[in-house]
Design a protein around this ligand. Structure first.
Ligand SMILES: Cc1ncc(COP(=O)(O)O)c(C=O)c1O
Length: 465
């Protein structure tokens, strides 16, 4: 192996060395399951991939072998979305509607992580720390190329993006890194995901900062009302307006651009919890004009868990101290590299983030968003025809996204969740009786699955709990 390879060839080299090392153990082998078996036979008795330990009483999951992704469909293929669905491990006949918690990982993305980890193990002796050698661990390297690729997706610059582990980490960097004193106020909503707000609550307890939540309407169907609620709460002591781009339990796509402008009109920072935005709706940092945004690409961008994004525009970066430090903690030249000082991490997860962005771009961000909207609109429209169905998420076109939260009068949310699974193998998530179930519509869902949802809701209406 050439030990002076240019940095930007890092991934190509790792992939090449992977197939080379695999064909050493099994000539011509590019079938990952067979190769893995061959490797384990050399090490000892043949072994299947281990099953995950089941919770007591839960049926054990059968091992699922790795398999190559089916061919990619032509753009004009009338079955385009069915073929895209084949790119996932989701079983035929089952439907996954919980992308709001975590996205299903596409086969090429999952296989990239595994392939990359195997490459590492097979070539670890060759890592000689020479300057242009591919890096085998994350946590100490700037990863400019990948940051630039992610930045392009959200209309930012690489130097404005830090690769972190999830939204929670981003939120905590912001809440703990900002100079605040007793009596300073932070305004957010009463519908925050804990990870979007607990950092502020901790500052309230530790430093006497005042955390002020506004009460969101349910359902929220008036963007002006939301902006007005924030406006009314601002005082001369307000330092930041903090809000989710998409609210976790009620799925409101907040008027982020208007709220950011409102913050600036009052000399405050606009801090956006963008956990659910990236991949679901257009996330354009320059257009929104916020001062910080953190996101979880493992949701709608379909990267594996362990990947996060933190954005702070150049001119605001020095407002935030780092709170997790290693050698580059004080490097203010490369913008956000300071926030990537996490210590040894799994580089293969970054390879998978790279693959997830490729997957997303291969379909096309606009086509993805249009599909999500089409499915969610179909669900909203169908629910509106069912007399005792209630939609707790917005239907207003500016506030509605890919998640629909709905309930059925007289039916507990958990029962609705369970019935959708038992009758239709549709996996949604209960968010409590007041709101119902949260149904995240994603590219691996189909019109048929939406229609099954509506049929089951109708049937349940006829035979309530
Ligand atoms: C709005 C919102 N914020 C923050 C989080 C936390 O994200 P993570 O667990 O990836 O850190 C979530 C997760 O569901 C969320 O929906």
């Amino acid at each position: 192996m050439d030990s002076r390879l240019p940095y930007d060839r890092l991934w190509a080299v790792r992939l090449r060395s992977c197939s080379a090392s695999l064909s050493e153990v099994e000539p011509g082998g590019n079938d990952w399951s067979r190769s893995a078996l061959t490797i384990s036979r050399r090490a000892g008795p043949a072994r299947q991939f281990p099953t995950r330990p089941a919770r007591p009483g839960a049926p054990a999951a059968a091992p699922v072998p790795l398999s190559a992704a089916p061919p990619w469909p032509d753009d004009s293929d009338p079955q385009f979305w069915d073929r895209i669905r084949d790119q996932f491990y989701i079983k035929p006949g089952e439907a996954y509607f919980n992308t709001g918690t975590i996205g299903a990982t596409p086969r090429p993305v999952l296989e990239r992580v595994i392939e990359d980890m195997r490459t590492l193990q097979a070539t670890i002796t060759r890592w000689d720390w020479s300057p242009n050698m591919p890096n085998w661990i994350s946590g100490y390297s700037p990863e400019v190329a990948l940051r630039a690729k992610l930045a392009k997706l959200v209309n930012a610059d690489a130097s404005e993006i830090a690769l972190i582990q999830n939204a929670t980490m981003g939120m905590n960097f912001l809440a703990h890194g900002l100079d605040l004193k007793a009596g300073d106020e932070i305004i957010s909503t009463n519908q925050e995901h804990p990870s979007g707000v607990c950092g502020w609550q901790m500052r309230a307890k530790r430093d006497g900062v005042i955390w002020k939540p506004i009460t969101m309407p349910v359902p929220a169907n008036d963007p002006d009302e939301i902006v007005h609620l924030y406006e009314q709460a601002i005082t001369p002591r307000t330092r930041a307006l903090s809000f989710p781009h998409i609210i976790s339990p009620t799925a409101v796509v907040m008027p982020a651009k208007r709220l950011s402008a409102l913050a600036h009109d009052h000399g405050c920072l606009a801090v956006v919890d963008g956990a659910d935005g990236i991949g679901q709706v257009k996330l354009d940092m320059k257009d929104i004009g916020c001062d910080a945004c953190f996101s979880s690409p493992h949701k709608w961008l379909l990267a594996p868990p362990g990947n996060g994004m933190l954005y702070i525009p150049r001119e605001k970066q020095d407002r935030f101290w780092t709170t997790l430090d290693s050698s580059e903690w004080d490097n203010h030249k490369d913008g956000m590299y300071r926030f990537m000082q996490c210590g040894t991490g799994n580089m293969s997860l970054l390879a998978a983030l790279d693959a997830a962005i490729d997957f997303h771009n291969r379909i096309g961000p606009e086509r993805v968003r249009a599909r999500i909207k089409f499915l969610a609109d179909r669900l909203r429209t169908g629910l509106q025809q069912i007399p005792s169905a209630r939609i707790s998420s917005p239907v207003h076109p500016e506030l509605a996204g890919g998640i629909v939260v709905h309930r059925l009068e007289g039916v507990p949310a958990q029962k609705l969740q369970d019935e959708l699974w038992l009758r239709g193998q549709l996996r949604v998530r209960s968010v409590g009786d007041a709101l119902g179930v949260r149904q995240s519509c994603m590219i691996y869902n189909s019109e048929g699955e939406i229609d099954s949802t509506l049929e089951i809701v109708k049937a349940l209406r006829a035979t309530p709990a």
